[in-house]
Design a protein around this ligand. Structure first.
Ligand code: NAP
Length: 322
């Protein structure tokens, strides 16, 4: 099969398309023929060698993908899958930037007929992160007011759809006009521009001055300090993304019984992941979850996809097509 290989950490150019051996499933494993692979910021951090988790070189990037079941290991759950069935996957053992990916059967999930492979490739990291940040970590409840700080990207759109379907009032922020229309269309009640000087004041005004029960923060190094000042009493900030240090005023939290909650999808247990994907599968079936695809890029151009995801101006997901 053809697969992207990284032999040294570095810029997007270290990703090269090469011929490698086809994976073979053992035990309860499943091989999936990848029809679309999701591109996430973490793929770029790992390729650069700047992420705390460093894969052993050489490796094939990618945790997200969707396609069809190619083959099953001898102990795979034949009741759950048949060869040729449409599936999406939550992580793989061999990397998804490839024509085939070897997966643990328990992390392969059915893809409803109305959901495209590109949309399936947008399910795991973005939607599972948004779900975990909202519900498993911050215990979001119907009736609460949520700020999705960075709503135009993969995690942000997932959070807007999940929270809207769960009965929260949703305010989203974006950095472009194109993003504003997208986030409104996907269910936000109000959309603000996070590049505008007065956007924290506007965000507070959008709650009638009461503040936010919950903030999902995509860029904590830029926003965390001021997020604390627009929390409601008992409000919490669920930190999803950060690219540096932040300064906070602890009294902003103390006075509100507020909390900053860290979250990493890597910490989800197998039980939690299976629970998350049961909820996400139901959302796909009832069409409250509709992954938005911004760009489809050929697998051979994976470097271009990594440059695009780090450039900003997000608009849905970037996926690679083998
Ligand atoms: P993405 O698709 O590239 O989207 C990035 C988002 O950040 C866009 O909505 C972008 O908006 C927004 N943004 C840019 N400047 C901002 C600002 N000043 N304030 C608030 N938001 C701003 O990335 P993603 O997949 O959604 O991931 C978002 C972040 O979460 C990344 O840092 C990623 O590494 C992290 N993440 C963490 C976990 C975890 O387990 N903790 C899992 C997945 C992702 P515009 O482009 O419209 O300006």
């Amino acid at each position: 099969m053809k697969a992207i290989r990284v032999k040294e950490f570095g810029g997007p150019e270290v990703m090269r398309l090469e011929e490698v051996a086809d994976p073979k499933p053992g035990g309860a494993q499943v091989v999936v023929r990848i029809r679309a692979a999701g591109v996430n910021p973490v793929d770029a951090y790992m390729r650069a060698g700047t992420y705390p988790r460093k894969p052993a070189l050489p490796y094939t990037p990618g945790t997200d993908g969707a396609g069809t079941v190619e083959s099953l290991g001898p102990n795979a759950d034949a009741g759950r899958f048949k060869v040729g069935e449409r599936v999406y996957l939550a992580g793989s053992l061999t990397g998804t930037y490839a024509e085939l990916a070897l997966c643990e059967g328990q992390f392969v999930f059915a893809l409803p007929a109305h959901v495209t492979f590109a949309q399936g490739a947008a399910m795991h990291v973005p939607y599972a992160t948004a779900y975990r940040a909202l519900f498993q970590r911050a215990h979001a409840e119907a009736g609460e007011t949520l700020l999705v700080h960075g709503a135009s990207g993969g995690v942000g759109i997932a959070a807007v759809q999940l929270a809207r379907a769960a009965g929260l009032r949703v305010i989203g922020t974006v950095g472009s006009e194109r993003g504003r229309k997208l986030v409104l269309d996907e269910g936000a009640h109000v959309v603000l521009d996070h590049s505008a000087a007065g956007h924290f004041e506007e965000a507070l005004a959008a709650t009638g001055g009461r503040g936010y029960d919950l903030i999902l923060e995509m860029l904590a190094n830029v926003n965390l300090g001021r997020d604390l000042g627009i929390l409601a009493v008992h409000g919490r900030v669920s930190v999803v993304g950060s690219r540096g240090n932040a300064e906070i005023t602890p009294r902003d939290m103390m006075g509100r019984d507020g909390a900053i909650i860290g979250m990493s999808l890597w910490n989800a247990t197998p039980h939690e992941l299976i629970s998350i994907h049961a909820a996400l599968g139901a959302g796909l079936e009832n069409r409250t979850l509709r992954p938005v695809i911004g760009q489809e890029i050929p697998l051979a151009d994976a470097g271009r996809a990594h440059s695009a995801i780090m450039a900003g101006g997000a608009y849905g997901k970037i996926v690679l097509i083998p």
